[in-house]
Ligand binder design. Structure first.
Ligand code: DOR
Length: 434
Protein backbone atom coordinates (compact mmCIF):
# COMPACT_ATOMS: atom_id res chain seq x y z
CA UNK A 1 0.00 0.00 0.00
CA UNK A 2 1.18 3.50 -0.77
CA UNK A 3 1.83 5.93 2.08
CA UNK A 4 1.52 9.72 2.15
CA UNK A 5 3.20 11.63 4.97
CA UNK A 6 1.45 14.95 4.75
CA UNK A 7 2.04 18.46 6.00
CA UNK A 8 5.19 18.00 8.09
CA UNK A 9 8.43 19.96 8.15
CA UNK A 10 10.88 17.76 6.27
CA UNK A 11 14.43 18.10 7.59
CA UNK A 12 16.71 16.11 5.29
CA UNK A 13 20.30 17.37 5.49
CA UNK A 14 21.51 15.06 2.70
CA UNK A 15 19.28 16.73 0.11
CA UNK A 16 19.32 20.14 1.81
CA UNK A 17 15.54 20.12 2.20
CA UNK A 18 14.19 21.94 5.24
CA UNK A 19 10.60 23.07 4.92
CA UNK A 20 7.06 21.94 4.34
CA UNK A 21 7.14 18.86 2.10
CA UNK A 22 4.88 15.87 1.60
CA UNK A 23 6.56 12.48 1.20
CA UNK A 24 4.97 9.83 -1.04
CA UNK A 25 6.06 6.24 -0.47
CA UNK A 26 5.48 3.29 -2.77
CA UNK A 27 6.86 -0.26 -2.62
CA UNK A 28 8.91 0.66 0.43
CA UNK A 29 10.73 3.52 -1.29
CA UNK A 30 10.37 7.27 -1.48
CA UNK A 31 8.47 7.87 -4.72
CA UNK A 32 8.08 11.66 -4.53
CA UNK A 33 8.92 14.60 -2.30
CA UNK A 34 7.13 17.89 -3.01
CA UNK A 35 5.42 20.72 -1.14
CA UNK A 36 1.94 19.28 -1.80
CA UNK A 37 1.20 15.79 -3.06
CA UNK A 38 -2.47 15.65 -2.05
CA UNK A 39 -3.46 15.80 -5.73
CA UNK A 40 -2.16 12.24 -6.10
CA UNK A 41 -4.65 10.93 -3.59
CA UNK A 42 -7.88 10.55 -5.57
CA UNK A 43 -6.13 8.68 -8.37
CA UNK A 44 -4.82 6.17 -5.82
CA UNK A 45 -8.24 5.67 -4.26
CA UNK A 46 -8.66 4.24 -0.78
CA UNK A 47 -5.53 2.12 -0.73
CA UNK A 48 -3.29 4.93 0.50
CA UNK A 49 -2.30 5.25 4.16
CA UNK A 50 -2.13 8.93 5.10
CA UNK A 51 -0.04 10.06 8.05
CA UNK A 52 -0.93 13.60 9.10
CA UNK A 53 2.41 15.13 10.11
CA UNK A 54 1.31 18.76 10.51
CA UNK A 55 3.19 20.26 13.45
CA UNK A 56 5.81 17.49 13.28
CA UNK A 57 9.33 17.19 11.92
CA UNK A 58 9.95 14.45 9.35
CA UNK A 59 13.54 13.16 9.11
CA UNK A 60 15.42 10.24 7.58
CA UNK A 61 15.38 7.35 10.07
CA UNK A 62 18.10 7.82 12.67
CA UNK A 63 21.15 5.52 12.54
CA UNK A 64 22.83 4.28 15.72
CA UNK A 65 26.32 2.92 15.14
CA UNK A 66 26.69 1.83 18.79
CA UNK A 67 23.96 -0.41 20.23
CA UNK A 68 24.17 -3.43 22.53
CA UNK A 69 21.26 -5.72 21.61
CA UNK A 70 22.86 -8.48 23.76
CA UNK A 71 22.42 -11.14 21.11
CA UNK A 72 23.50 -13.91 21.44
CA UNK A 73 23.14 -15.17 24.93
CA UNK A 74 22.03 -12.33 27.18
CA UNK A 75 18.25 -12.32 26.82
CA UNK A 76 17.86 -11.27 30.46
CA UNK A 77 19.39 -7.90 29.46
CA UNK A 78 17.81 -7.39 26.01
CA UNK A 79 16.54 -9.28 22.99
CA UNK A 80 16.29 -8.42 19.32
CA UNK A 81 12.56 -7.85 19.85
CA UNK A 82 12.87 -5.53 22.86
CA UNK A 83 16.02 -3.73 21.69
CA UNK A 84 14.70 -2.98 18.23
CA UNK A 85 11.31 -1.96 19.66
CA UNK A 86 13.25 0.57 21.76
CA UNK A 87 15.17 1.67 18.66
CA UNK A 88 11.96 2.17 16.68
CA UNK A 89 10.40 4.13 19.57
CA UNK A 90 13.43 6.42 19.52
CA UNK A 91 13.22 7.09 15.78
CA UNK A 92 16.08 4.75 14.81
CA UNK A 93 15.69 2.67 11.67
CA UNK A 94 19.21 1.15 11.62
CA UNK A 95 21.40 0.01 14.47
CA UNK A 96 24.79 -1.67 14.69
CA UNK A 97 24.78 -4.30 17.41
CA UNK A 98 28.03 -4.94 19.28
CA UNK A 99 29.87 -8.24 19.81
CA UNK A 100 30.54 -8.21 23.59
CA UNK A 101 27.98 -10.97 24.03
CA UNK A 102 27.97 -14.58 25.34
CA UNK A 103 29.56 -16.03 23.29
CA UNK A 104 31.48 -13.13 21.78
CA UNK A 105 30.62 -12.57 18.09
CA UNK A 106 34.06 -13.51 16.80
CA UNK A 107 33.28 -15.91 13.95
CA UNK A 108 31.48 -15.70 10.60
CA UNK A 109 28.90 -18.23 11.83
CA UNK A 110 27.86 -16.00 14.70
CA UNK A 111 27.67 -12.93 12.44
CA UNK A 112 25.41 -14.90 10.10
CA UNK A 113 23.33 -16.28 12.97
CA UNK A 114 22.66 -12.82 14.44
CA UNK A 115 21.77 -11.41 11.01
CA UNK A 116 19.44 -14.35 10.33
CA UNK A 117 17.66 -13.92 13.67
CA UNK A 118 17.37 -10.19 13.07
CA UNK A 119 15.58 -10.87 9.79
CA UNK A 120 13.02 -12.85 11.80
CA UNK A 121 12.68 -10.79 14.96
CA UNK A 122 13.90 -7.22 14.47
CA UNK A 123 11.70 -4.21 13.81
CA UNK A 124 14.51 -2.10 12.38
CA UNK A 125 17.53 -2.86 10.20
CA UNK A 126 20.28 -4.54 12.22
CA UNK A 127 23.96 -4.57 11.31
CA UNK A 128 26.60 -6.53 13.19
CA UNK A 129 30.03 -5.44 14.40
CA UNK A 130 32.35 -8.42 14.84
CA UNK A 131 35.01 -8.72 17.53
CA UNK A 132 38.53 -7.54 16.78
CA UNK A 133 40.23 -10.33 18.73
CA UNK A 134 39.14 -13.86 19.57
CA UNK A 135 36.91 -13.83 22.63
CA UNK A 136 37.72 -10.10 22.92
CA UNK A 137 40.78 -11.26 24.82
CA UNK A 138 43.16 -8.85 23.13
CA UNK A 139 45.61 -11.55 22.05
CA UNK A 140 44.79 -13.28 18.77
CA UNK A 141 43.01 -11.57 15.88
CA UNK A 142 39.48 -12.75 15.11
CA UNK A 143 38.88 -13.90 11.50
CA UNK A 144 38.12 -10.41 10.21
CA UNK A 145 37.94 -11.21 6.48
CA UNK A 146 35.59 -14.15 7.03
CA UNK A 147 33.37 -12.05 9.28
CA UNK A 148 33.32 -9.29 6.66
CA UNK A 149 32.21 -11.83 4.04
CA UNK A 150 29.48 -12.96 6.45
CA UNK A 151 28.18 -9.38 6.60
CA UNK A 152 29.96 -7.66 9.51
CA UNK A 153 30.18 -3.89 8.95
CA UNK A 154 32.98 -3.10 11.43
CA UNK A 155 35.15 -4.61 14.16
CA UNK A 156 35.43 -3.77 17.84
CA UNK A 157 36.52 -5.06 21.23
CA UNK A 158 34.22 -2.51 22.90
CA UNK A 159 34.00 -3.01 26.64
CA UNK A 160 37.41 -4.72 26.69
CA UNK A 161 39.97 -2.36 25.10
CA UNK A 162 42.97 -3.95 23.39
CA UNK A 163 45.80 -3.23 25.85
CA UNK A 164 48.66 -4.45 23.64
CA UNK A 165 49.57 -1.77 21.09
CA UNK A 166 51.20 -4.37 18.83
CA UNK A 167 48.02 -6.44 18.65
CA UNK A 168 45.97 -3.31 18.01
CA UNK A 169 48.33 -2.30 15.21
CA UNK A 170 47.99 -5.70 13.51
CA UNK A 171 44.23 -5.53 13.91
CA UNK A 172 44.19 -2.13 12.20
CA UNK A 173 46.37 -3.39 9.34
CA UNK A 174 44.09 -6.36 8.83
CA UNK A 175 40.90 -4.27 9.07
CA UNK A 176 42.34 -1.90 6.51
CA UNK A 177 42.99 -4.76 4.12
CA UNK A 178 39.42 -5.92 4.62
CA UNK A 179 38.17 -2.36 4.03
CA UNK A 180 36.14 -1.98 7.22
CA UNK A 181 36.53 0.45 10.14
CA UNK A 182 37.66 -0.38 13.67
CA UNK A 183 35.39 0.95 16.42
CA UNK A 184 37.66 1.92 19.26
CA UNK A 185 36.81 1.76 22.96
CA UNK A 186 39.79 3.94 23.90
CA UNK A 187 40.72 3.22 27.49
CA UNK A 188 43.96 2.34 29.22
CA UNK A 189 42.97 -0.59 31.45
CA UNK A 190 45.94 -0.04 33.74
CA UNK A 191 45.00 3.57 34.41
CA UNK A 192 41.31 2.74 34.88
CA UNK A 193 42.10 -0.10 37.29
CA UNK A 194 39.04 -0.96 39.35
CA UNK A 195 37.57 2.53 38.92
CA UNK A 196 33.82 2.97 38.65
CA UNK A 197 33.27 6.76 38.49
CA UNK A 198 35.18 9.78 37.19
CA UNK A 199 38.28 10.38 39.32
CA UNK A 200 37.91 13.57 41.35
CA UNK A 201 36.15 15.10 44.36
CA UNK A 202 32.86 13.22 43.88
CA UNK A 203 34.65 9.86 43.78
CA UNK A 204 36.50 10.85 46.96
CA UNK A 205 33.36 12.06 48.71
CA UNK A 206 31.47 8.85 47.89
CA UNK A 207 34.45 6.61 48.59
CA UNK A 208 34.29 5.09 45.10
CA UNK A 209 37.40 4.21 43.04
CA UNK A 210 38.01 6.67 40.22
CA UNK A 211 38.71 6.40 36.48
CA UNK A 212 41.08 9.23 35.53
CA UNK A 213 40.37 11.37 32.46
CA UNK A 214 43.86 10.44 31.25
CA UNK A 215 42.78 6.81 30.90
CA UNK A 216 40.81 7.88 27.83
CA UNK A 217 43.02 10.65 26.47
CA UNK A 218 46.16 8.48 26.57
CA UNK A 219 44.44 5.62 24.76
CA UNK A 220 42.97 7.95 22.10
CA UNK A 221 46.43 9.43 21.52
CA UNK A 222 47.88 5.92 21.03
CA UNK A 223 45.08 4.72 18.79
CA UNK A 224 44.85 7.72 16.45
CA UNK A 225 48.64 7.51 16.04
CA UNK A 226 48.25 3.84 15.05
CA UNK A 227 45.48 4.81 12.63
CA UNK A 228 47.84 7.36 11.04
CA UNK A 229 50.61 4.75 10.89
CA UNK A 230 48.50 2.03 9.30
CA UNK A 231 46.07 4.13 7.27
CA UNK A 232 43.19 2.17 8.82
CA UNK A 233 39.82 3.82 9.42
CA UNK A 234 39.36 4.32 13.15
CA UNK A 235 36.08 5.39 14.72
CA UNK A 236 36.57 6.45 18.33
CA UNK A 237 33.61 5.45 20.48
CA UNK A 238 31.95 7.52 23.21
CA UNK A 239 34.40 10.41 23.75
CA UNK A 240 34.03 11.74 27.28
CA UNK A 241 36.97 14.02 28.03
CA UNK A 242 38.45 17.31 26.82
CA UNK A 243 41.81 15.57 26.36
CA UNK A 244 40.32 12.96 24.04
CA UNK A 245 38.59 15.64 21.93
CA UNK A 246 41.91 17.43 21.62
CA UNK A 247 43.69 14.20 20.55
CA UNK A 248 41.06 13.57 17.86
CA UNK A 249 41.30 17.19 16.69
CA UNK A 250 45.05 16.93 16.22
CA UNK A 251 44.77 13.57 14.46
CA UNK A 252 42.20 14.91 12.01
CA UNK A 253 44.27 18.00 11.37
CA UNK A 254 47.21 15.73 10.54
CA UNK A 255 45.01 13.83 8.08
CA UNK A 256 44.47 10.53 9.96
CA UNK A 257 41.34 8.63 8.78
CA UNK A 258 39.60 9.11 12.11
CA UNK A 259 35.97 9.74 13.07
CA UNK A 260 34.49 10.13 16.54
CA UNK A 261 31.20 9.91 18.39
CA UNK A 262 29.69 11.26 21.60
CA UNK A 263 26.71 9.87 23.51
CA UNK A 264 23.66 11.87 24.57
CA UNK A 265 24.41 11.02 28.22
CA UNK A 266 27.90 12.49 28.08
CA UNK A 267 26.46 15.62 26.43
CA UNK A 268 23.68 16.01 29.00
CA UNK A 269 25.12 14.84 32.33
CA UNK A 270 28.21 15.19 34.48
CA UNK A 271 29.61 13.55 37.59
CA UNK A 272 27.32 15.94 39.50
CA UNK A 273 24.55 13.49 38.61
CA UNK A 274 26.52 10.73 40.36
CA UNK A 275 26.67 12.93 43.45
CA UNK A 276 22.93 13.67 43.25
CA UNK A 277 21.88 10.04 42.77
CA UNK A 278 24.64 8.75 45.07
CA UNK A 279 24.88 4.97 44.97
CA UNK A 280 22.17 4.51 42.32
CA UNK A 281 23.92 2.64 39.47
CA UNK A 282 21.77 4.44 36.86
CA UNK A 283 24.75 6.76 36.54
CA UNK A 284 27.32 3.96 36.22
CA UNK A 285 28.65 3.90 32.68
CA UNK A 286 31.98 3.42 30.98
CA UNK A 287 33.47 5.89 30.17
CA UNK A 288 32.04 7.61 33.24
CA UNK A 289 30.11 10.87 33.38
CA UNK A 290 32.81 13.52 33.64
CA UNK A 291 33.32 17.16 34.69
CA UNK A 292 31.46 20.19 33.37
CA UNK A 293 34.64 21.31 31.54
CA UNK A 294 34.70 17.96 29.73
CA UNK A 295 31.01 18.23 28.85
CA UNK A 296 31.60 21.69 27.41
CA UNK A 297 34.54 20.36 25.37
CA UNK A 298 32.32 17.60 23.97
CA UNK A 299 29.66 20.12 22.97
CA UNK A 300 32.25 22.34 21.33
CA UNK A 301 33.84 19.30 19.65
CA UNK A 302 30.51 18.37 18.14
CA UNK A 303 29.77 21.94 17.08
CA UNK A 304 33.13 22.35 15.37
CA UNK A 305 32.99 18.94 13.66
CA UNK A 306 35.89 17.33 15.54
CA UNK A 307 33.22 14.92 16.80
CA UNK A 308 31.31 13.67 13.78
CA UNK A 309 28.22 12.07 15.19
CA UNK A 310 26.02 11.11 18.09
CA UNK A 311 25.62 7.43 19.05
CA UNK A 312 23.73 5.98 21.99
CA UNK A 313 25.97 3.23 23.45
CA UNK A 314 22.61 1.77 24.47
CA UNK A 315 23.86 -0.72 27.09
CA UNK A 316 20.91 -2.41 28.79
CA UNK A 317 21.28 -4.59 31.89
CA UNK A 318 18.62 -6.33 33.95
CA UNK A 319 17.14 -4.49 36.94
CA UNK A 320 18.65 -7.16 39.22
CA UNK A 321 22.15 -6.49 37.91
CA UNK A 322 21.81 -2.70 38.14
CA UNK A 323 20.49 -3.00 41.72
CA UNK A 324 23.79 -4.44 42.95
CA UNK A 325 26.06 -2.21 45.08
CA UNK A 326 27.57 0.56 42.92
CA UNK A 327 31.02 -1.06 42.66
CA UNK A 328 29.55 -4.42 41.56
CA UNK A 329 26.78 -3.25 39.20
CA UNK A 330 27.62 -3.44 35.47
CA UNK A 331 28.44 -0.33 33.46
CA UNK A 332 25.69 0.79 31.08
CA UNK A 333 22.82 3.17 30.38
CA UNK A 334 19.68 2.49 28.39
CA UNK A 335 19.81 5.13 25.68
CA UNK A 336 17.80 4.49 22.51
CA UNK A 337 14.50 5.97 23.65
CA UNK A 338 15.85 9.22 25.08
CA UNK A 339 18.71 9.90 22.63
CA UNK A 340 17.10 12.36 20.26
CA UNK A 341 15.21 14.46 22.84
CA UNK A 342 18.23 14.63 25.18
CA UNK A 343 20.49 15.76 22.33
CA UNK A 344 17.79 18.17 21.14
CA UNK A 345 17.63 19.76 24.61
CA UNK A 346 21.40 20.24 24.92
CA UNK A 347 22.21 21.17 21.35
CA UNK A 348 19.19 22.80 19.69
CA UNK A 349 17.40 24.29 22.69
CA UNK A 350 20.88 25.12 24.01
CA UNK A 351 21.59 27.14 20.84
CA UNK A 352 24.61 25.06 19.73
CA UNK A 353 23.28 23.43 16.54
CA UNK A 354 20.39 24.02 14.17
CA UNK A 355 17.81 21.26 13.94
CA UNK A 356 19.12 20.31 10.48
CA UNK A 357 22.65 20.07 11.85
CA UNK A 358 21.45 17.84 14.72
CA UNK A 359 19.63 15.55 12.30
CA UNK A 360 22.80 15.31 10.19
CA UNK A 361 24.72 14.02 13.24
CA UNK A 362 22.13 11.24 13.67
CA UNK A 363 21.80 10.29 9.98
CA UNK A 364 24.31 11.36 7.33
CA UNK A 365 27.37 11.24 9.57
CA UNK A 366 26.81 7.79 11.11
CA UNK A 367 26.12 6.41 7.62
CA UNK A 368 29.32 8.00 6.34
CA UNK A 369 31.52 6.93 9.26
CA UNK A 370 30.64 3.25 8.88
CA UNK A 371 29.85 3.20 5.18
CA UNK A 372 26.22 2.24 5.78
CA UNK A 373 23.37 2.94 3.36
CA UNK A 374 20.55 5.32 4.25
CA UNK A 375 20.34 8.63 6.04
CA UNK A 376 18.65 10.35 3.08
CA UNK A 377 15.12 10.75 1.74
CA UNK A 378 15.54 11.38 -1.96
CA UNK A 379 13.31 9.83 -4.60
CA UNK A 380 14.23 6.14 -4.90
CA UNK A 381 15.71 5.81 -1.38
CA UNK A 382 14.31 3.23 1.06
CA UNK A 383 11.47 4.84 3.02
CA UNK A 384 13.19 4.74 6.43
CA UNK A 385 11.57 7.70 8.14
CA UNK A 386 11.22 9.17 11.65
CA UNK A 387 8.57 11.69 12.67
CA UNK A 388 9.10 13.79 15.79
CA UNK A 389 6.62 16.00 17.60
CA UNK A 390 9.01 18.58 19.01
CA UNK A 391 6.26 20.35 20.95
CA UNK A 392 5.34 17.25 22.94
CA UNK A 393 6.68 17.35 26.48
CA UNK A 394 7.10 14.15 28.45
CA UNK A 395 8.73 12.92 31.60
CA UNK A 396 11.10 9.96 31.29
CA UNK A 397 9.54 7.03 33.16
CA UNK A 398 12.02 4.12 33.15
CA UNK A 399 9.28 1.54 33.67
CA UNK A 400 7.67 2.66 30.40
CA UNK A 401 10.81 2.06 28.31
CA UNK A 402 10.47 -0.72 25.72
CA UNK A 403 14.03 -1.80 26.37
CA UNK A 404 14.64 -4.35 29.11
CA UNK A 405 17.26 -1.91 30.36
CA UNK A 406 15.45 0.52 32.67
CA UNK A 407 18.43 2.46 33.95
CA UNK A 408 19.16 6.00 32.85
CA UNK A 409 20.18 9.19 34.63
CA UNK A 410 17.45 10.84 32.53
CA UNK A 411 14.78 9.19 34.74
CA UNK A 412 12.29 11.81 35.87
CA UNK A 413 13.63 14.39 33.49
CA UNK A 414 11.13 16.49 31.52
CA UNK A 415 12.05 16.35 27.83
CA UNK A 416 10.73 18.03 24.74
CA UNK A 417 10.31 16.03 21.55
CA UNK A 418 8.74 12.65 21.16
CA UNK A 419 8.98 10.24 18.29
CA UNK A 420 5.43 10.09 16.90
CA UNK A 421 6.08 7.42 14.25
CA UNK A 422 8.87 5.42 12.64
CA UNK A 423 8.77 3.68 9.27
CA UNK A 424 11.22 1.10 7.91
CA UNK A 425 10.90 0.43 4.19
CA UNK A 426 7.56 2.24 4.30
CA UNK A 427 6.21 -0.06 7.01
CA UNK A 428 5.20 1.51 10.30
CA UNK A 429 7.27 0.03 13.14
CA UNK A 430 6.38 2.55 15.81
CA UNK A 431 3.57 5.00 16.49
CA UNK A 432 2.54 6.77 19.66
CA UNK A 433 -0.88 7.49 18.22
CA UNK A 434 -3.39 5.20 16.50
O1 DOR B 1 28.91 1.41 29.91
C1 DOR B 1 29.27 0.56 29.11
N1 DOR B 1 28.55 -0.55 28.87
N2 DOR B 1 30.44 0.73 28.46
C2 DOR B 1 30.97 -0.24 27.69
O2 DOR B 1 32.02 -0.05 27.16
C3 DOR B 1 30.29 -1.55 27.52
C4 DOR B 1 28.85 -1.39 27.79
C5 DOR B 1 28.14 -2.71 27.94
O3 DOR B 1 28.25 -3.55 27.05
O4 DOR B 1 27.40 -2.89 28.92
Amino acid sequence: MALLIRGGRLVDPATGRDGRFDVWVEDGRVAAVAPDLAARLPAEGGSVEVFEAAGCVVTPGLIDVHTHLRVPGQAHKETLATGTAAAAAGGFTQVVTFPNTRPVIDSPWLVEAVLARAREEARVRVHVAGALTRGQEGRELAPLAAMARAGAVAFTDDGRPVADAGVFRRALEYARAVGLPVLDHAEDPGLSGAGVVHEGPVALALGLPGIPALSEAAAVARDVALSALTGARLHVLHLSTAGAVEAVRRAKEAGAPVTAEVTPHHLAFTVAEVERLRYDASTKVNPPLRDEADRQALIEGLRSGVIDLIATDHAPHSPDEKSLPYVDAPFGISGLETAFPLAYAVLVQGGVLTLAELVRRFTVEPARALGLPGGRLAEGDPADIAIFDLDAEWVVDPSALRSKGKHTPAAGRRLRGRCAATFVGGRRVWGDRP
